[in-house]
Design a protein around this ligand. Structure first.
Ligand code: AMP
Ligand code: FE
Ligand code: FE
Ligand code: ZN
Length: 282
């Protein structure tokens, strides 16, 4: 079994890179992609822990991009070689837009009357500070009863505290990933246009035209019907099917590494072979 979508506490998971590797070995994974938001630090820290264990670690990234007027997550995989150097520099630029968003988010929450500072939220993050870290502070201070409630009340796109982040265009993100030697895969397409399958098909076709070579067919949030549909799209547009749990540790407590939500995942190694193939081979 493999898992190609996971987060460490370097972005918005709660497991350290070492703990994530230990969990992967405990559940019997043979390959694990670490796909932190905007940083590869978690992957780099995990490498020495995975060495010699038989677990194949894959370098990945999850980027927040703009597409069709919405925020869309894009995965980048580097299954054969680490990304070219200037890709790291570009990630630092993305982290700056996140810091800018965080400052505006604090202003907004303070304007809503909450007692919260950027300094205290930043103590919860490592390589970066994300909304789940804001959620933790809101829970600790009694403004929300749990993480989900903090999102529902304040942090979700539809909630009163939401502020937009400057996001890169998805075509630019795809180009950057491809230029750095990687493969781009649309993350959890279920979130792109919920049950509007005709629209999802249009989007995937457009993204394939921009150079995307993979599609996240398998994900904890995908029903069996949607998996079948995404698989048909992957075949239609010549994309490698990818998938994973999107494990975030205690920030998404119902999701398990490898097996997803209530055992709805068990990805075979052929998935990784297919990803390597579209990346040009290792
Ligand atoms: P950020 O990148 O800082 O904007 O935070 C985005 C992360 O927050 C996502 O990757 C999820 O882990 C989490 N998240 C976003 N929306 C929600 C939501 N409605 N409920 C729970 N978690 C969410
Ligand atoms: Fe996340
Ligand atoms: Fe995501
Ligand atoms: Zn994710």
């Amino acid at each position: 079994m493999i898992d190609l979508h996971s987060h460490t506490d370097e972005s918005d998971g709660t497991f350290t890179p070492a703990e994530l590797v230990a969990e992967a070995l405990r559940v019997g994974l043979t390959a694990l992609a670490i796909t932190d938001h905007d940083t590869m630090r978690g992957y780099e820290m995990a490498v020495p822990h995975a060495a010699g264990t038989g677990l194949e670690l894959i370098c990945g990234i999850e980027l927040s991009t703009r597409f069709g007027g919405a925020s869309v997550h894009l995965l980048g995989y580097f299954p054969c070689h680490p990304p070219a150097r200037d890709f790291r520099g570009w990630l630092d630029f993305l982290l700056e837009s996140r810091r800018d968003r965080n400052r505006r988010l604090i202003d907004r929450l303070q304007a809503l009357g909450l007692d919260i500072t950027l300094a205290e939220v930043e103590t919860r993050g490592r390589s970066l500070t994300g909304r789940p870290h804001f959620a933790r502070i809101l829970v600790e201070k009694g403004y929300a009863k749990d993480i989900q409630d903090a999102f529902d009340q304040y942090l979700d796109e539809s909630a009163k505290g939401y502020v937009q982040r400057h996001e890169i265009r998805i075509d630019e993100a795809i180009q950057r990933i491809v230029a750095a030697g990687g493969v781009a895969s649309l993350a959890h397409p279920v979130r792109v246009a919920k049950n509007d399958w005709a629209r999802v098909a249009e989007y995937v076709e457009a993204l394939a035209g921009m150079g995307m070579r993979a599609l996240e067919v398998y994900h904890s949030d995908h029903s069996p019907e949607s998996v079948a549909f995404y698989l048909s799209l992957a075949k239609r547009f010549g994309l490698a099917p990818t998938g994973g749990s999107d494990f975030h540790g205690g920030n998404k407590p119902k999701i398990s590494l490898g097996t997803g939500l209530r055992n709805n995942l068990a990805l075979p190694e052929e998935i990784l072979a297919g990803l390597k193939k579209v990346s040009g081979g290792c």
